[in-house]
Structure formats: structure tokens, C-alpha cells
Design a protein around this ligand. Structure first.
Ligand code: NAD
Length: 493
């Protein structure tokens, strides 16, 4: 198994027929490196005809892959996991260049991606099994059983904040279930799924089973409308998610998984261990430049702690290094692109105009050596009202909002005052309160631990795990509507 990580994008950003290639498209989009602000490639966008052709190739390839047993497919996925680990450092550097996140975080994403392939290789044989039912009959002569079958070709549409890992979250379970995949990344971070194509090929995945198309909204729409696409898995904003769901029901009726945005609360009660709560707040807001769906941007702090919390937080943040994401000591890298940086800055400016007070950051910065990149100094903001735009809408940037509160009932009501409900976190030493409040928070996941473990602090990280489990259940268990067969009594035992 020989494999070399690509050195540049010159061979194209499409992946089909088992190799990297390009297409002749009438429209192109620029591919930016967030870290340096440079355009590193021009990529043609796929129109509906291109998408349909690549879906056809996937449809041709899928039956052979789908006929393999889960254990045979798992061998390929395990080999991908091995290859990822062998090339972890080179892949992490690519991820930094693709997205702008610090190298220390990119390594975590790549390692987690290897774990995902290994996990689904292992879990698929256990999950992909049918059921057996006895039917009413004399002498037990009638019975029924279900079989698990792949859906066929599935369409995946990704966001840009975890380009490699997010692609793996979708494709590892889909491939383990015997499906073929056509993946459309965000045009803001198009390279990672192509690297994955090369890894899958080297691990022995048959040509045509995994494919990457590139483009913006129109390309995604063509994927949703294609009648050979049996299911769509989407990650992105709420607005786009609604369009995806509509388009998936336009020509045919196909199932959709939507993983959308958030505006999560983190509640710090009066008995919280303050240094843990501060670490949690930083991780929940500034990890990945704040470009995390589960970011706990609304930090509710008990009135009795606000002064101490704010003072200590600002002190800790004096050491926060914003800079070249390839440097080991960098904690906050580059925002994905210029328009998104302006979007984040716009939220801060409008909040200030409405009376909010910026205690630190909130401006564009130009770190030495990467001056043209898209860097934002993480903001801490106070003097807010719950009905301000910055408190209500998803920013998807490094902006921590301090919202004082007085009592439990009040903070639960305010924390729940959002249409997102993706995640929540709370800090208290009172276990009874932790369970009571967690039960009342309307969020997909609530983190209630005091310990400073990344996935516990986030609450958010747990959400990823749960979202992923939902995803794998959907792919593996609903691989196809189960067939329900009744065996005629004449041949039944
Ligand atoms: P986005 O909605 O702008 O785009 C997401 C993807 O949809 C992109 O690939 C885009 O090209 C594509 N797209 C755009 N229009 C389309 C259409 N009409 N039909 C089909 N596809 C279309 O989101 P984004 O800016 O890329 O990502 C940020 C959003 O993603 C945030 O809201 C964030 O919270 C969310 N997100 C959620 C999760 C989760 O697991 N819940 C994870 C990561 C990001």
C-alpha cells in the first residue's frame, strides 16, 4: 500500500473514476488559503450535467461495493485509518492551509478521522443485521425477517469549519453501509475531501464508490435534485438546510439528515469552580476561531461572580496568541475568508452601536509573517441585552458574550430563548441542580461536568458525538427501508 500526500492542487479538485481530476466548467471560484490570504487555485464549478454524470459513475460502481460483507468493507476502512495515522502530520498541515485552524487542533481532527474509520469498520458488522419475527400460525410455520441493504448512491454536502473530519463523519458510516458517495464540500475549503479520495483509493476502495464534486449552491442543488441520489446528508446553516430539505422532495422523495447552526448557552452558577469555568468559556468560544456550530457564545454568569469571572478571564486572555496557525504556540488561527471576517466584525460593530461594551479584541489583526491572512482578535463583550442581534443570531466567530443572571428559573428561561437548541453547558458543584437544570435546557446535548476535559467543557463536543451517532444510525440502520418477507408455509420449517 503506497501512498503519498499530494503536494499541490494542480491535478484538480474533483475526484471520480478513482483519481483526482478537473472538469471543463463555465464558472469558477477562487480557492483561498486563509492563513496567508492568497488565492491558491481556481476551481471550476460543476453544473447539473456534471453532477448527473458523476452520480451515474457512482451508481455503476455501488453494487459491487454493496455486495461485499461489512467485514470485507471494514478491511478497507481500517486500512484508511492506518494510512491517515501514518501521514497525520502532512494531512494536518493541509488542514491548516485549507481552513486556517491552528496546527495543534488540526492534528486532533486528523487523529479523530482515523478513529472514525476504525469505529465504523468495527461497528458495521454488528449493526448491519436484520430481525426475525414469528408470525401467527399453527405449529410455528410462518415467520418473517428483515434484511439490511445499502441505499445506493448518497449525496453529502459539507460546511467549511472541519473540512476533513466533517467529510469523514459523513462518508465513513455511508461507506461502511455499502453505499457509494458523491461529496460536495464547501467552496471555502474544497481540498480535504479530495485528499480523502486518494487515501481511500490507496486503501483499496473500488473506483467510482467515492467521488467529489465542487461548486457553490447550484452544485449542491443539482445533487439534491438528482433522482439517483437516495439520501442527502447536509451540514451547514439553517437557511440552506431548509432549501436542501425542499429540493430533496421536489423530484423524488428522499431522506435528509440536517446538521445545522447553533447559539448555545454556557451557564456558570455561583458555586462553580471559576478557573474551570473560565477554561471552559475560552474553549467553548475561541476553539477553531469560534467557527464551531456548538459554540457556547452566550455565557450566563451569576451576578455574584461577574466581576471576578470577567477580571480573571481578561487576565488569562492576555496570553492568547493569535497568529500563523502553522506555529505550535498559536491558539487562534485565521478566519476562513475575508467576507466571513467582515461578517464577524459587523456583528461586533452593530452591537457596539447598540450600547454593548467590548472588553477586549473584536478587531482585525495582521500577525507578523501572515499579514494578508484573515485574522480576528477574539472578543469579550458585555453590557448586552437578550434581544440584541449579537445575542440572538449565530456569529460563527470568536465572540464571547457575558450575560449576568440572578436565579435558576430566570437563566433557564433565557438560555432556552433561542430557536437553535443545539447544545448547552453548565457549571455548578451541586449535582442535584446539574441534573435538574440539564433536564430543563432545550438543547440536543447538555454538558454538566466540572472537570476540565475538552468534551465535557464544551458540552458542544458531546453534541458532535451524538450527532454522529444519529448519523451512523441513519446510514447503517436505515440503509434501505427494511424488506419484510413472509415465507410461504410450504417452504417454512
Ligand atoms: P452554508 O449553509 O452556507 O453552506 C453549507 C453547504 O451548503 C456548502 O457546501 C454550500 O456550498 C452548500 N449550499 C449552499 N446553497 C445550497 C443549496 N441551495 N443547496 C445545496 N447546498 C447548498 O453553511 P456554511 O457557511 O458552509 O457553514 C456554517 C454553518 O454550518 C453554520 O451555521 C454552522 O453552525 C453549521 N455547522 C453545523 C454543524 C453541525 O454538526 N450541526 C457542523 C458544522 C457547521
Amino acid at each position: 500500500m503506497t501512498f503519498e500526500v499530494v503536494k499541490d492542487l494542480s491535478a484538480g479538485l474533483y475526484f471520480f473514476n478513482g483519481k483526482r481530476q478537473t472538469i471543463q466548467g463555465s464558472e469558477t471560484f477562487p480557492v483561498y488559503e486563509a492563513r496567508s490570504g492568497e488565492v491558491v487555485a481556481q476551481c471550476p464549478s460543476a453544473d447539473a450535467a456534471h453532477v448527473d454524470k458523476i452520480v451515474d459513475l457512482a451508481a455503476e460502481a455501488q453494487p459491487q461495493w454493496g455486495r461485499l460483507t461489512p467485514i470485507e468493507r471494514g478491511k478497507v476502512l481500517n486500512r484508511v485509518a492506518d494510512l491517515i495515522r501514518q501521514h497525520l502530520e502532512e494531512l494536518a498541515v493541509w488542514e491548516v492551509k485549507t481552513n486556517g485552524k491552528p496546527i495543534t487542533e488540526a492534528r486532533i481532527d486528523i487523529e479523530a478521522s482515523a478513529d472514525m474509520f476504525q469505529f465504523y469498520a468495527g461497528v458495521a458488522p454488528a449493526v448491519l443485521k436484520g430481525d426475525y419475527f414469528d408470525l401467527p400460525s399453527e405449529n410455528q410455520t410462518r415467520f418473517a425477517y428483515t434484511r439490511r441493504e445499502p441505499l445506493g448512491v448518497v449525496g453529502c454536502i459539507g460546511a467549511w469549519n472541519y473540512p476533513f473530519l466533517l467529510c469523514v463523519w459523513k462518508i465513513a458510516p455511508a461507506l461502511a453501509g455499502g453505499n457509494a458517495v458523491v461529496f460536495k464540500p464547501s467552496p471555502f475549503a474544497p481540498a480535504s475531501p479530495v485528499l480523502l479520495g486518494e487515501l481511500l483509493k490507496a486503501a483499496g476502495l473500488p473506483d467510482g464508490v467515492y467521488n467529489v464534486v465542487q461548486g457553490e449552491g447550484k452544485t449542491g442543488e443539482a445533487l439534491c435534485l438528482n433522482e439517483k441520489i437516495a439520501k442527502v446528508s447536509f451540514t451547514g446553516s439553517v437557511g440552506t438546510g431548509k432549501l436542501v430539505q425542499q429540493n430533496c422532495a421536489k423530484r423524488s422523495v428522499k431522506p435528509v439528515t440536517l446538521e445545522l447552526g447553533g447559539k448555545s448557552p454556557l451557564i456558570i452558577f455561583e458555586d462553580a469552580e471559576i478557573s474551570n469555568a473560565i477554561s471552559a468559556s475560552i474553549l467553548a468560544n475561541f476553539f477553531n476561531q469560534g467557527e464551531v456550530c456548538t459554540n457556547a457564545t452566550r455565557v450566563f454568569v451569576h451576578n455574584s461572580l461577574v466581576e471576578k469571572y470577567t477580571g480573571e478571564l481578561l487576565e488569562v486572555l492576555k496570553k492568547l496568541q493569535v497568529g500563523d496557525p502553522l506555529h505550535e504556540e498559536t491558539k487562534v488561527g485565521a478566519t476562513i475568508n475575508e467576507p466571513h471576517l467582515k461578517r464577524v466584525l459587523g456583528f461586533v460593530e452593530r452591537a457596539q452601536a447598540q450600547g454593548a461594551k467590548v472588553l477586549r479584541g473584536g478587531q482585525r489583526v495582521h500577525p507578523e509573517g501572515v499579514e494578508k491572512g484573515f485574522y480576528f482578535d477574539p472578543a469579550v463583550i458585555t453590557n448586552l441585552k437578550d434581544d440584541m442581534e449579537i445575542v440572538k443570531d449565530e456569529i460563527f466567530g470568536a465572540v464571547l458574550l457575558i450575560l449576568p443572571f440572578e436565579d435558576e428559573a430566570e437563566v433557564i428561561q433565557r438560555a432556552n430563548n433561542t430557536s437553535y437548541g443545539l447544545a448547552a453547558g453548565l457549571y455548578t458543584k451541586d449535582v442535584g441542580r446539574a441534573h435538574r437544570v440539564a433536564a430543563k435546557l432545550q438543547a440536543g446535548t447538555v454538558g454538566t461536568k466540572q472537570q476540565n476535559q475538552p468534551y465535557e467543557i464544551f458540552g458542544c463536543k458531546i453534541t458532535y458525538a451524538l450527532g454522529m451517532l444519529v448519523e451512523h444510525t441513519v446510514w447503517l440502520q436505515n440503509s434501505k427501508p427494511a424488506q419484510f418477507l413472509s415465507i410461504p408455509t410450504t417452504i417454512a420449517m
